[in-house]
Design a binder for this molecule. Structure first.
Ligand code: DGI
Ligand code: FE
Ligand code: FE
Length: 188
C-alpha cells in the first residue's frame, strides 16, 4: 500500500511536467465537483491522481499490458488513445493496490465513458475536460454548465470529442456514443 504522497511521486515520474500539471488540475477540479454534486472527494482525488498514469507510456507497452493480461480486446481495434485508461485501471489495482471498484471504474472509463456512468465516473470524466489548463472551443461553456448541471456539461464534452473525431475522419469507439446517448436520454 502506498500513501497519497508516494503515489504523487510515482505518477509524476511517469509523465512530462506539462501532463503532471494537467493531473493536478484534474485532481483539484474533481474534488470541487465531488463537493458540489455529493460524491466522495477522497475517491475523486485518488481516481484523478491515477487516471492518466499510463498516458505517456509507449503505445507498444500499453498494448502489451492489454494483451498479456487479456484486458478488453475490443479496445485494440480503436484509437490508441483509448488504451491508457484501461491500462491505468489495471496498474492501479495490480501494482498500486487500489481495491475500490468505484475508483478503478472511474479511471477505466474516464476516456470512453460507458452506459450507466456513476457519479464518480462523470466527475472524473468532466474534470478531465474542464480542468484549468484546458483550452479548447466550448470549454468555457462547459465550465458554466458544470456550475449547476453535471450531465449537461458532460454531454457537451462528449459531443465535442465526437465532433472532433468526425472532423478528423477518425473511428469512434461505439461505447462513447452509447455513453452519450445514455446521458442524453436521462436528461429527458
Ligand atoms: O488523456 P487526456 O488527454 O487527458 O484525455 P482523455 O483520456 O479523455 O483522452 C482523450 C483523447 O482520446 C482525445 O484526444 C480523443 C481520443 N479518442 C479517440 N477515440 C476516442 C477518443 N475519445 C473518446 N471519448 N472516444 C473515442 O472513441
Ligand atoms: Fe486520459
Ligand atoms: Fe486526463
Amino acid at each position: 500500500r502506498y500513501t497519497r504522497d508516494e503515489l504523487l511521486d510515482i505518477v509524476s515520474a511517469q509523465m512530462p511536467a506539462r501532463r503532471w500539471t494537467h493531473v493536478e488540475g484534474v485532481m483539484a477540479t474533481s474534488v470541487s465537483l465531488a463537493e458540489r454534486f455529493g460524491a466522495d472527494p477522497v475517491k475523486a482525488d485518488l481516481a484523478a491522481l491515477l487516471h492518466d498514469l499510463a498516458k505517456f507510456w509507449p503505445i507498444e507497452r500499453q498494448e502489451s499490458v492489454m494483451r498479456e493480461h487479456g484486458l478488453n480486446p475490443e479496445l485494440l481495434e480503436y484509437d490508441k488513445q483509448l488504451l491508457h485508461a484501461e491500462v491505468a485501471a489495471f496498474v492501479a489495482e495490480q501494482e498500486y493496490g487500489i481495491d475500490d471498484p468505484e475508483v478503478l471504474d472511474a479511471i477505466r472509463y474516464h476516456t470512453s465513458g460507458r452506459v450507466g456512468m456513476t457519479l464518480l465516473d462523470k466527475i472524473v470524466c468532466l474534470a478531465d475536460y474542464i480542468e484549468p489548463g484546458r483550452n479548447f472551443p466550448g470549454v468555457d461553456r462547459m465550465r458554466e454548465l458544470a456550475e449547476h448541471n453535471l450531465e449537461q456539461a458532460l454531454v457537451a464534452g462528449i459531443d465535442s470529442t465526437i465532433t472532433f473525431l468526425i472532423e478528423k475522419q477518425k473511428i469512434i469507439f461505439p461505447l462513447t456514443v452509447l455513453a452519450r446517448n445514455d446521458i442524453v436520454r436521462r436528461l429527458g
